[in-house]
Design a protein around this ligand. Structure first.
Ligand code: ARG
Length: 266
């Protein structure tokens, strides 16, 4: 995670961002800290990245890399405003002794567009990550990549429209309206038992969630997801990251998962 010390909305690269809307920085920080403390109280170790004053979107740490089995696929950002974040993440992984690091040739915004299930790497395209990055990720990780086309600009990253609930199984939740008809058909075929989100919960960024296989941390405004999650045996934990929503992100965007070798969950 990366503390939102320098978080602000000074440019707009997604429909949620309006530079005319002020951000309450102390509140953003308190909301982010709640999430940080919650992970720790659930027993998850959290590593912190040093925020940089010239990179206001760094709080959305999910976008900086994808780590599976301890192997690190770096990011390459679509927009110039965020481009320098990629090197900050790579430096962190190098300094922390991660051996298998790949600097990507094609645009990919890390876990914003890559999601790991037991069988697949799901990969979003349409707004940010290049379809060429899907092949690159497949070759690097040796996992079958399922490319998914995003069609609604509000759901510009895969992690705004789909969330992995159990990466030991192939259990996910998603909002079909964010995907092209062909990609919807693929999702329905591969994940017939998925939890299907309603539009209101998707619009509250309810799919921007993090699950450890038991607890699901998600935006608290996505009230329609709580009962179905409980029915499936998960414990939903509602978080208020309202200030960070102004940049177009919530729980998952603020969290990059370090999937260690032989340990698929953080
Ligand atoms: N302002 C950021 C951007 O548009 C938000 C990124 C949100 N992160 C995410 N994983 N969806 O790039």
């Amino acid at each position: 995670m990366c503390p939102p010390e320098h978080f602000k909305v000074t440019y707009s690269i997604n429909p949620w961002m309006d530079p005319a809307k002020p951000v309450d920085l102390p509140l953003a920080f308190a909301q982010w800290e709640d999430l940080y403390e919650r992970y720790r109280s659930l027993g998850h170790a959290v590593e912190l990245l040093d925020p940089r004053p010239d990179l206001p979107d760094m709080v959305y740490a999910a976008n900086g890399a994808t780590v599976v089995d301890g192997r690190v696929l770096g990011a390459r950002f679509a927009h110039a405003e965020r481009a320098p974040e990629a090197a900050v993440h790579l430096d962190w992984f190098r300094a922390h002794g991660f051996p298998g690091i790949h600097e990507p040739a094609h645009v990919n915004e890390g876990e914003g567009d890559f999601a790991v299930t037991a069988s697949y790497l799901l990969a979003g395209r349409g707004f940010r990550s290049s379809p060429l990055s899907h092949d690159e990720a497949q070759e690097f990780f040796g996992r079958p990549v399922i490319g998914l086309e995003l069609v609604d600009p509000r759901y510009y990253h895969l992690d705004t429209a789909l969330s992995v609930l159990d990466d030991q199984a192939d259990e996910i939740m998603y909002y079909p309206g964010a995907f092209s008809p062909g990609s919807r058909a693929v999702l329905a075929r591969l994940f017939p038992d998925a939890l299907i989100a309603e539009e209101a919960d998707a619009a509250a960024l309810g799919l921007n969630a993090v699950s450890d296989g038991r607890h699901v941390l998600l935006p608290q405004a996505a009230t329609g997801l709580f009962a179905p999650l409980r029915q499936r045996g998960f414990e939903p934990i509602g978080m208020d990251l309202g200030e960070l929503l102004k940049g177009g992100g919530s729980v998952k965007c603020c969290t990059q998962e370090l999937r260690a070798a032989g340990c698929p969950s953080p």
